[in-house]
Write a protein that binds this ligand. Structure first.
Ligand code: PLP
Length: 480
């Protein structure tokens, strides 16, 4: 492809993207294809000779789009938002266009340094404790990880390394593997599946403790588990508290959990993957009371802050622990002397992979082109739309609210046996008109309705509710 073809194809691709996004609400949100559909329409071999680029763009509409679930549709109301905005897309485009891989500072100083700076911006926007800022006097700082899952695994591995070292320093006669085999992690049974996965991948026993009636991890439950495990010879090492659980968007109380972790010398990681974005609005910061007792935090701009996947912010109170746990030396990786300057770290020592993209660009573009006030408006609008949806549900006596609207999430169900709600969900999904997903809390199955799309408005909520309630007529007609 020569530069002129590149320019033309890029223009066509941008036009296509804009047309797609601006009309995405007209498409059925869920695809109507059978598993393996693509295999029947894409050639079995790569072309022997170059294709003409003009043939490729039409293939997107004909072959790829039928197999796309439209995350940006106002009728996509499942999971949590997949961040998306034009500034972010342009940032990503430039990241690919520049094509640097910045695992060491020298491999593109701007790639590393912009990341340090924008994570400081973001930490300040959220009013995180000063110790998480590179600009503070302490050894804290932030990095963009690929995902929340990776951030939590990284935190677990650091906690494991730190505590093992500490125990060995106190008693060098102990066996390292024996210590590691006794370490144990805790979280709530409502925490995201990635917490359990981090335990699996990091080879640490993990207890998922029972939530209270509001879906939160309670201090007394944690304390009982710690006491019991210590009596059984285990060593409490790591706690993940969640601010905004995936199921019902519940908030663990850090001001209760934090002091326990401090007293017991346990690493406290805070997973605010989704709801952390709301802390850019001062009125929601009360939900993170106690955050000053944490050791690390993750929040996903790629969920609720309009940044395209992948962009997961991760902050650590003392970056020396991450460097101690993750540094591996090879002569070919050494391109300057010791690198510990807070504005110019070698990020390969902070993460699992070696290669890394210039992800800070899309975060930078999004923060600059929306501004803090633009992002606050966006968050507040989503929260008010969720409250509006809740009022619609409450008006229909066939339904009950399982947990009141929390951030952009509303959990509701049909009154009566779970089967009614499951049947309703099934026929809604078959219609492909709206995408909602299910949750379970205690004995109750429910439907999660989440305000996801950047372009959602009140009419879309009305339309969504109309689709849901008309399908409910099939299960249980409204009484006149
Ligand atoms: N934590 C919470 C509360 C989540 O809701 C999710 C995903 O939905 C995650 C962590 C995992 O994030 P990621 O998909 O970036 O790994």
């Amino acid at each position: 492809m020569d530069p002129e073809d590149f320019k033309q194809m890029a223009k066509e691709a941008i036009d296509y993207i804009v047309d797609y996004i601006e009309s995405v609400g007209n498409r059925a949100v869920l695809p109507n294809v059978e598993p393996g559909y693509l295999h029947h329409i894409i050639p079995k071999e790569a072309p022997e000779h170059p294709d003409d680029w003009r043939q490729i763009i039409p293939d997107i509409e004909e072959k790829i789009m039928p197999g796309i679930t439209h995350w940006n549709s106002p009728m996509f109301n499942a999971y949590f938002p997949g961040g998306y905005s034009y500034p972010s897309v342009i940032g990503d485009l430039l990241s690919s266009g520049i094509g640097c891989i910045g695992f060491n500072w020298l491999l593109s100083p701007a790639c590393t340094e912009l990341e340090v700076i924008v994570l400081d911006w973001l930490a300040k926007m959220m009013d995180l404790p000063d110790f998480y800022l590179a600009s503070s006097d302490g050894p804290g700082g932030g990095i963009i990880q690929t995902s929340g899952s990776e951030g939590i695994l990284v935190a677990l591995l650091i906690a494991k390394h730190k505590l093992t070292r500490q125990i060995l320093e106190n008693d060098p006669s102990l066996d390292e593997n024996t210590i590691k085999g006794k370490l144990i992690a805790y979280s709530c049974d409502q925490s995201n599946s990635c917490v359990e996965k981090a335990g699996l991948l990091g080879s640490m026993k993990t207890r998922l403790l029972q939530a209270d009636n509001a879906g939160r991890l309670v201090a007394s439950t944690l304390l009982d588990a710690i006491t019991q495990d210590k009596e059984n010879g285990l060593i409490p090492c790591f706690v993940v508290a969640t601010l905004g659980t995936t199921g019902t968007c519940a908030f663990d109380d850090l001001s209760e959990i934090g002091p326990i972790c401090r007293r017991e010398g346990i690493w406290l990681h805070v997973d605010a993957a989704y709801a952390g974005a709301a802390f850019i609005c001062p009125e929601y910061r009360y939900l993170m009371k106690g955050i000053e007792l944490s050791d690390s935090v993750n929040m996903n701009p790629h969920k609720w802050l309009l940044v395209n996947f992948d962009c997961s912010a991760f902050w650590i109170k003392d970056r020396r622990y991450i460097q101690e746990a993750f540094s591996v030396d090879r002569i070919y990786l050494r391109d300057r002397g010791e690198c510990i300057e807070k504005w110019a770290p070698d990020f390969r020592n902070w993460e699992i992979s070696l290669g890394r993209r210039f992800r800070a660009l899309k975060l930078w573009f999004t923060l600059r082109l929306y501004g803090v006030s633009g992002l606050q408006d966006y968050i507040r609008n989503h929260i008010s739309l969720a409250k509006y949806f809740e009022t619609l549900v409450r008006k229909d006596t066939r339904f009950e609210i399982v947990s009141p609207a929390s951030m952009g999430l509303v959990c509701f169900r049909m009154k009566g046996p779970n089967m009614l709600t499951s049947d309703l969900l099934k026929i809604i999904l078959e219609s492909r008109k709206i995408f909602v997903n299910q949750g379970k809390f205690g004995e109750k199955n429910f439907i999660r309705y989440v305000i996801c799309s950047r372009i959602m408005c009140k009419d879309d909520v009305d339309r969504g509710w109309e689709i849901i309630s008309s399908h409910a007529d099939i299960i249980r007609p409204k009484q006149s």
